[in-house]
Design a protein around this ligand. Structure first.
Ligand SMILES: Cc1cc2nc3c(=O)[nH]c(=O)nc-3n(C[C@H](O)[C@H](O)[C@H](O)COP(=O)(O)OP(=O)(O)OC[C@H]3O[C@@H](n4cnc5c(N)ncnc54)[C@H](O)[C@@H]3O)c2cc1C
Length: 388
């Protein structure tokens, strides 16, 4: 084990810091208020090569691993972008790329990966449905074979980026749940072109992260060529799981990053603001509530690095990814909450950003896996009976 910083990690960290300084809190405050996509930020991530961190070199990417992607996301979040640091990378640069790397055919990799590497193609990931959130196995969107095509029908909910994505990796059933022995059987993944006839997208009004939409997606007789099947027919569960751990790792990076950003901002304020003739930061009633969860953030980041390392070795990392996600999110939420408290009434004002980070970090306890489901999994791994 080594904690030396490699040349690649130093470069990623300094590049991410530069970008986050350029696209700092003021930029995101405005994007949030105007509910406007950060197109300039997306392009900048492309110029820096961040969209292609996991894309193999033969497809014009950097050929790097999950630890580099996690580091990029945490640094972008912590140095000024807040949730956007993860949000703009986790779906395409993370989930879609690992899905294509691990399960894509040569033709699929050739078609999509070079565009992903330069930021010219973005993906949404369609898992959730109105009746299939925490219980993914309830997915009912159907894919029926007709000649050399599949015809998709169903409804997805909360699909982030689906209003502007070029493609969606969609989770369907090619065999209904009541016709399979195990709920994990009968699931198939497809790569869908979002401009296919029969797709209708409708944004959901939401609590935060309004610089990007999450939408309901309706599919009515959407024709998808059979070569767009990602992985094996009826065995898509494994392909899906290979994408879910990177998503948990990404949200662990976000929890740590936003927590550190809020703490840094609050500490600056607490060193400056005087109430009873001395800076409020001299009171342990202000500093400890931030320092304690901050310490837990540091520990959670180490667990995330273990999950990233296991993922890169091709080893199981579900337990470590869930521990990293659950702990980073809990510590991040507490850090943001206590940072907001340090601002007193001004924590409620949009100009100090901390109320926006509070709205952003609230998402991480609900998605991509709820805290309860992460703890259900952890409970099972440490010996409790399976409860779901
Ligand atoms: C802003 C946003 C963006 C999103 N983006 C995407 C996306 O891009 N793609 C996508 O596919 N999905 C996306 N999601 C969906 C998200 O993954 C789901 O909302 C989440 O998995 C929870 O599902 P649900 O809302 O249906 O909750 P439900 O499944 O209805 O659960 C409700 C509550 O009950 C709890 N619960 C249920 N069963 C148990 C149990 N056995 N033990 C303990 N607690 C339990 C849950 O933890 C939860 O608190 C997004 C959601 C949001 C809010």
């Amino acid at each position: 084990m080594t904690f030396e910083t490699s040349a690649e990690h130093s470069m990623i960290s300094s590049t991410a810091t530069e970008i986050a300084t350029e696209f700092g809190p003021e930029y995101w405050r405005e994007k949030e208020e105007n509910e406007e996509f950060g197109a300039e930020f997306w392009d900048e991530l492309g110029s820096a090569g961040f969209h292609g961190l996991l894309v193999p070199e033969e497809y014009e990417g950097a050929g790097m691993g999950m630890s580099e992607l996690g580091l990029a996301m945490e640094t972008l979040c912590a140095e000024g972008c807040g949730m956007a640091g993860t949000w703009y990378l986790v779906l395409t640069a993370g989930m879609a790329t690992v899905g294509l790397n691990r399960c894509g055919t040569d033709a699929q990799q050739e078609r999509y990966l070079p565009d992903i590497a330069v930021g010219d193609r973005n993906f949404s990931i369609g898992i959730t449905e109105p009746e299939a959130g925490t219980n993914t196995l309830n997915v009912a969107t159907s894919a029926e074979k007709e000649g050399d095509e599949y015809v998709l029908n169903g409804q997805k909910a909360w699909i982030t980026f689906s209003d502007r994505a070029d493609n969606m990796i969609i989770v369907t059933r090619t065999t209904p749940r009541d016709a399979v022995d195990r709920g994990t059987d009968g699931i198939s993944l497809f790569i869908v072109d979002m401009d296919s006839p029969g797709i209708d997208v409708s944004p959901i009004s939401k609590h935060g992260i309004n610089y990007s939409k999450s939408c309901e997606v309706f599919l009515e007789n959407v024709h998808v060529p059979e070569e767009n099947l990602l992985g094996e027919r009826d065995e898509g569960w494994n392909a899906l799981v290979s994408m879910l751990n990177p998503e948990r790792i990404g949200f662990a990076a976000a929890g740590t990053g936003i927590g550190k950003l809020a703490a840094k901002t609050a500490i600056e304020y607490a060193n400056d603001r005087e109430v009873f003739g001395e800076p409020i930061g001299t009171h342990q009633g202000v500093s400890f509530p931030i320092a304690k969860p901050y310490a837990r953030l540091e520990a959670a980041a180490l667990m995330r690095q273990k999950a990233e390392w296991l993922y890169e070795q091709g080893e199981p990392c579900g337990y470590e990814s869930n521990v990293a996600k659950a702990t980073a999110v809990e510590a991040g939420i507490e850090t943001v909450k206590q940072s907001m408290q340090a601002f007193g009434g001004w924590g409620y004002a949009t100009e100090y950003d901390v109320e926006r980070w509070w709205r952003e970090i609230n998402l991480t306890r609900l998605a991509p896996v709820t805290q309860q489901m992460a703890y259900n999994h952890i409970s099972q791994e440490i010996g409790f009976p399976k409860s779901y």
